[in-house]
Write a protein that binds this ligand. Structure first.
Ligand code: BGP
Length: 471
């Protein structure tokens, strides 16, 4: 094996999917407490209160909040994010288990609304600051390096409702304040940071969800993305000023796209697909400027963006130190009528006859990981990390209480071998964090039953369960 000494092996989580304690110690509600991401197969799940004060839990792809209604956390197990796996109260036990597995790194995120309950306050919530400090100190006890995502989908709900979320330029300022607080508070405790989780999802999901978005949706998505690019760049600048030791990365949802046929039209579409869904974000965050093909992409959907001179300057000055990405699958691209359709959570398109698929329709493709690593490293030549990779499955507890997941062992073995090959071929890969190291709520479907291991949590979609952890 070619993995370098000091390689960061470990696992990954996100605050909104594991912490729970959604209203404890001053935390405010986040968007992710009241809505799931949704998927091709399953519509988004939403909880809200109508104008007469009645609570509703619905699953609806094109949901629009009715007049006078507002989003609200309801104790309804259609969507259990707000409870998570109660990492908030179990972190010591969980970190001890991570240490037992030999983790060198633990990826987690900081809940924005735990530090800034509404998101627009001037000063942070001391209880929130204290919680993360305690987690970092606990990790330090075991020499586990934290890898911290600043934003993992969980914009404070107040910012969504009162400012229109990332449609509003003001979010840049609020995010900047939040990021600055993180860098200042945890200086010396945290060195590895990621600014935005799967930043490319904003645009890519419009394509992947099968029902292609209309121009208005693309206009919104590209604009939100621009504000996030600027916010990310400013955070990188601030992070470096506060501590030059900080290593700050972008985080891309990595899907390896292949043309489904050798029809030149498919080959071209595939390249355009890489540009639109993968390279667009990486190029801005690693090169510090919009790529030449951006104009083509904007034109395609009649997009006109609010971009200032200062924004462009910020992008230039805030390039990331490392390229990180999640990798779960590859996907086929074609201009032809698709006969054998994959319709899973996050995936749509033609089925690849050479690959096996998970219960949620995700293609098992370790070679795609090697392809991605080599292709992207060649483009940016900066250190890379795979910060999510794993297999969501229906894990069952045996009568004797044990859990056996040989399918997961195969999955990891083959993806690790693929990384090994990429390193042999020159890729500067510095770390690998599996998703997840512990069962947590699925971002796409809001389910517990889509489990990722390695630690089983006794928590179920109907709300039952003791939260007991099992190896
Ligand atoms: C990524 C997200 C994670 C995680 C993972 C698995 O897109 O960054 O938050 O959830 O996908 O997806 P799911 O939870 O839908 O199985």
């Amino acid at each position: 094996m070619s993995f370098p000494k000091g390689f960061l092996w470990g696992g990954a989580t996100a605050a909104n999917q594991c912490e729970g304690a959604w209203n404890v110690d001053g935390r405010g509600p986040a968007k992710t407490d009241v809505t799931t991401g949704g998927s091709v197969k399953e519509p988004r799940k939403i909880t809200y209160v109508d104008k007469d004060g009645n609570g509703h839990a619905v699953a609806d792809r094109n949901f629009e909040l009715p007049e006078g209604a507002h989003y609200a956390v309801l104790d309804d197990y259609l969507y259990p994010n707000h409870d998570g796996i109660d990492f908030y109260h179990h972190y010591k036990e969980d970190i001890a288990l991570f240490a037992e597995m030999g983790f060198k790194v633990f990826r987690m995120s900081i809940s924005w609304s735990r530090l800034y309950p509404n998101g627009d306050e001037e000063t942070p919530n001391p209880k929130g600051l204290e919680f993360y400090r305690n987690v970092f100190l606990e990790l330090k006890k075991y020499n586990i390096e934290p890898l911290v995502t600043i934003w993992h989908f969980d914009t404070p709900l107040y910012l969504e409702e009162h400012y229109g979320g990332w449609n509003n330029r003001q979010l840049i300022t609020f995010y900047e304040r939040f990021a600055k607080t993180c860098f200042n508070e945890y200086k010396g405790l945290v060195k590895y940071w990621l600014t935005f989780n799967e930043i490319n999802n904003t645009v890519m999901m419009l394509d992947l969800f099968g029902n292609k978005g209309d121009d208005t949706q693309y206009q919104k998505a590209y604009q939100q993305l621009h504000y996030q690019f600027v916010a990310s760049a400013r955070a990188v600048k601030i992070g470096h000023e506060i501590d030059p030791e900080n290593k700050i990365g972008c985080m891309i949802c990595g899907i390896t796209f292949y043309p489904a046929t050798c029809d030149p039209a498919d080959i071209l579409l595939n390249r355009h697909n890489w540009e639109k869904n993968i390279f667009y974000c990486g190029d801005v965050q690693c090169f510090g400027k919009y790529p030449t093909y951006a104009k083509r992409l904007w034109k395609e959907h009649h997009v006109e963006l609010d971009i200032t001179k200062q924004d462009l300057q910020d992008l230039k000055e805030g390039v990331v130190d490392m390229y990180t990405f999640s990798y779960y699958m590859s996907s086929l691209v074609t201009t032809h009528q698709v006969k054998d359709q994959v319709s899973g959570n996050f995936t749509a398109g033609a089925r690849n006859e050479y690959l096996k698929y998970s219960d949620w329709g995700w293609a098992f493709d370790p070679t795609g990981l090697q392809y991605y690593l080599e292709m992207v490293y060649d483009r940016y030549e900066i250190p890379m990390m795979v910060v999510e990779n794993g297999l969501g499955a229906f894990d069952e507890v045996e009568e004797d209480g044990s859990i056996h997941d040989p399918y997961r062992l195969d999955y990891y073995r083959e993806h690790i071998q693929a990384m090994d090959k990429a390193i042999c071929n020159g890729v500067d890969l510095i770390g690998y964090t599996t998703w997840g190291c512990i069962d947590l709520v699925s971002a796409g479907t809001g389910e517990m039953r889509k489990r990722y291991g390695f630690i089983y949590v006794d928590k179920h979609d109907d709300g039952t369960g003791t939260m007991e952890r099992k190896k």
